[in-house]
Every structure is written in structure tokens, then in C-alpha cells.
Write a protein that binds this ligand. Sequence first.
Ligand code: M6R
Length: 592
Amino acid sequence: MCGIVGYIGNKSAKEVLLSGLKNLEYRGYDSSGLAFLQNGKIEIIKSVGKISNLEKKLESMELDDYTMGIAHTRWATHGGATLLNAHPHQVGDITLVHNGIIENVDVLKEELKHEGICFQSETDTEVIAVLLNKYLEKDVLKSINQVMNKLKGSFALGIIVKSQDHRLYVVKKDSPLVIGVGEGETFFASDITAINTYTNDFIFLDEGEIAEITKEDVIVYSNLHKVEKKVNTIHVEAQDKDKNGFEHFMLKEIYEEPSVLENTLKKYLDDFKQVPNLSKYEEIHIVACGSAMYAGMIGKTLLEEEANTKSIVEVASEYRYKKNIYNVKTLVILVSQSGETADTIAALRKAKENGQDTLAVVNVKTSTIAREADQCIFIEAGEEIAVATTKAYMLQVAVLSLLALKLSYDKKIVTDIDSYLSDFKKIPGFVKNVIDKESICQKIAKEIYRCEDVFFIGRKIDYAICLEGSLKLKEVSYIHSEAYQAGELKHGTISLIEKGTPVFGIITDKTIAEKTISNIIEVTARGAKKILITTDDLNQSMDGDLSVATINQFLQPLLIVPILQLIAYHTAKLRNCDIDKPKNLAKSVTVE
Ligand code: M6R
């Protein structure tokens, strides 16, 4: 999603802004741009496509003297990826960048058109610039506040006012924005990774706040009243941004799974009491988006099957708007890699407003979700650069499995806890053995990469695994793929099965294996090409394409995860896809 960076200080703003934009690239974007101000003169440079295109444009320009500016990577919402739609947008004395969506843009545009205003772009952002320019008065804060009151939706803004070349303004409402405080310089950005090479001191704005930023000072206002803000010193570990010899970050991150698992689980396995006790809750809601939600599906199955606790999983974009019934003491678990997913943040706030306890299973420690949830478990996956999640999803599943095991133990369902914990300790090694089967995954990819449709079927926990396997395949290889509960296929979807259609059968749950096998037989009878992924013990009676070690029920999904990720990876590679940055996708979905 869109990324914002801003700088005011003594350095070359071009250098700071470009390095910030590069660090925000992972969020996903399709155009970029910068604006500088000096001696009342605004320079705006924009480009469509990669930031390298923007850099090429900048090469021939004399911009090194500019020491303040704003920059943006745009992930198109209103209007395509064009130069006109790229940010910054300038209207009269106002130049700004925006992350978010203005929901009442049509109404506002209509009103402004009646006043004779012509719009240059198709964006919702231009409306903000028009309004700010229209209401601009000496008291800029008052003008910004007036415009904010007219806007519905989400907006993080970085604003240059032409007459004020020693000052920048930022606004935050429902889109992430952080201010970095340096010595004689100030930064702002959508997330701290854009600016943490320059400072470790950050101010997090709250909803609806405006900040007036100079080289020396940051003054924050809420409803036009000054508010005191805490400066948080955060040392972000240096991240390994190298592919380390791997062709893609996605592959590198899959190969990192054993070590990140070991790292994250160690702390909890050495002192199992540290895993929260959830036994006071009668019901658990797991709320998330995309892969994080599919990790939640595995968590739900384990919580219900192994810990006898009613659980629901819901997509955050639905949960935030529906009537949620909290009849009993409910824990709401939010799962998110970025911690900035707009819908998941909204679901968290809703749960809190309803007086429910919230627990975040989150990767980015400085994120909004990490800061706002009552309790956090950090999955400690390190930075995930490939847009398609792999190691973070793996750790989300591992942490949810650990929570389910702990609940089962606290409820005295699991008694031989030592044997379970000993399996958990062995899991990194098991996962490594599975990743060593990469060549078989490559072979399977060769069999499916020319197909148009792929299906994944399984029952119970195997269905939950299928959901992510299918998502991974479609997001990186662009092959249409669907996951189905194995018994459901014949209620309609089976009509799509043709000669050669690949159908993956995921079979690890022995209590239901025979049923899934029957469904596999049904599709092969109609010409489907079956690909069976199972456990070593079940494979003794079936001719599977790939099998993994048999391990306890809490951990079994973790051994299938890398296989489906590697199959998706190799399929995408054979189809020459942009694996680390699939088209249309953003790493951090900060609009709803
Ligand atoms: O940062 P989050 O975990 O909240 O992100 C949720 C989804 O947007 C994310 O998992 C998405 O589905 C990825 N494209 C999956 O690879």
C-alpha cells in the first residue's frame, strides 16, 4: 500500500527521501514521487513503475541543495498507475502526499465542481489538496483541522505549504504515520523502517492528531490543542536485506523457517508458563485477513479439537462491521504480520470497545496492533521482504498451536505435556527435513505450471492447510486455485474437474483420511490429476506423491506448510512471475 516519507533538516532531502522510499518498497506500489520546497519554489518529480525509474529522472536534476521534502509510493486505488495520479499532488499553495482512502470523495468532488474547480487526476487525494488550498489561511493548523472535519475515511498526510519553507505538517487518521526525531532534523514515514537508519527516537501519532514539524521541533495537536507526546527510543535490529545467494526473497524466507521457529519457540518451551493461560475464556474469536486468517483456521481447529474451546475465525473486514455476539467471556485474537492491516486494526478496536480482552499474534513490534492490543505474542519472524508471506505465516501457525497446547494442558486435557514439548523442540529439524524435499516440490510444479485451474481438498485441519496452500499458489503464480472441504466438492465445484485438472489432496488427519481418499477417487474418476500429500504412516497404505514425518496433531500442519509454499514458488518461477512482488499485491494493506 501507499508509503509516505518526509524530511526537514540539513541533509540532502533527496537522499533521505529516496532511501526511505526504497525501504517502503516492500509494501507494494505502482508509482512514486517526491516534492521539495526551497525559497518558495516547489519541485515535483514523479514516475510510474519502479523507484529505479524515479531515480533515473532525478539523476539529471540539480536537487542536492534541497533540505526539506515529502515523498510517496502509490498503490493505485482511485485511478490507474499514471503520472497524473501519482503523488505528490499540488494545488495552489498546497503540495501533499496521502495514504488512505477518502470515502466521501464523490460528494466532495461534486460540490467543488459546482464551484468551477477542475480536477487534474482521478485520485481522491487531489480533493484534499483542493480543499486545503481553498480553506488555507494564516493559521494553517486551523485550515487543516477544518478540512479534516470534511473528510470521511482514512488519511495519513504529509503536507508542504508553499509560503512556509521551514515547516512541514502531518496528519494521521486511521492510516499509519510515525515521526522520527533527530538532532536538528525531523523525519516522518508510514513505518519506522523507512527512517530508522537516521534515528532511534520516534513519536507515534494518535488518531486525528496533526503535527507541525520543523528541523528542531515537533508540536502535536489534537482538536487544535497542544498535546504532550512521548518520544519512544526504539532500536530496530538491523535486518538482512540480502538474498544471500537465493534467487528470490520468498525462497530465502522459506529456508529461514527452521531457524526462526527455533528462535521463537525456544523462549516459550524453556518456560512453558510464559504462554498465556486462556482457560478463563469460554469462547475465542480469531480475527485476521488473508494468510493470517488461514493461520487462524488452523488455530481454531486445534482450539476446538484439542482444547474443547469454542472458536470462530472471521475475516477482519467482515468482523468489524457485523453484529458480534459476545454472550460469554470472549478473547479476541488478532493475527497480523505487519500489525498495520486496516481491517484488523478496526476489528481490534471494536473488540476493545465491546469490553473484550484482546491478544495480538503479531510480527512487527512497533506496529499499531502491537501497541493497542491488551496482550501480545510476538512471532519474531524478522523482516519479511517477499510480499507473499511464508515464514511469518509458519510462525503464526506455530504460535497458535502453542496457545492451543497450553490451553489443552491448562484444561487438563493434555496430560503428558513433556512429550508434546519435546516434539515442539524437535520441530525446526523436522521442518528442515521437509524443506530438503524441495526437488520433489519442483517436480510437482512442473506437472501443474501450465494448468489453468488447481484445487486443494482436505478435511478438518487439512482443509485449513489447503486454504493457505491455494492462496499461496494463486498469489505468486497467477493460476486460478481454490480450496475446498473434500466432502463439499461434489455439491457443485466438481463440474469444473476436467481431464488433467490438478487436485491436491492434503491428508494428515488419520481420523478422517479414508473419507478424503474417497473424494480423491471421485475426482480422479472424472479425469482429475491427483497429487497426494500425506504423512509417512498414512502413506504406507496410499501411493502419495510426497509424505512428511508423522508427528503430534498440534505440529503436523507445520510440516505441510513449506511443501505447499515450495510448490507455489517453483510454479511461479516456471511461469516467469515476479515472485517477490506479485502484481496488484501490497505487503501491508493499510486501507480497508
Ligand atoms: O500483515 P498481515 O498479516 O495483517 O496481512 C494480512 C494479509 O494481507 C496477508 O497475509 C496477505 O494475505 C498476503 N498476501 C499473504 O501472502
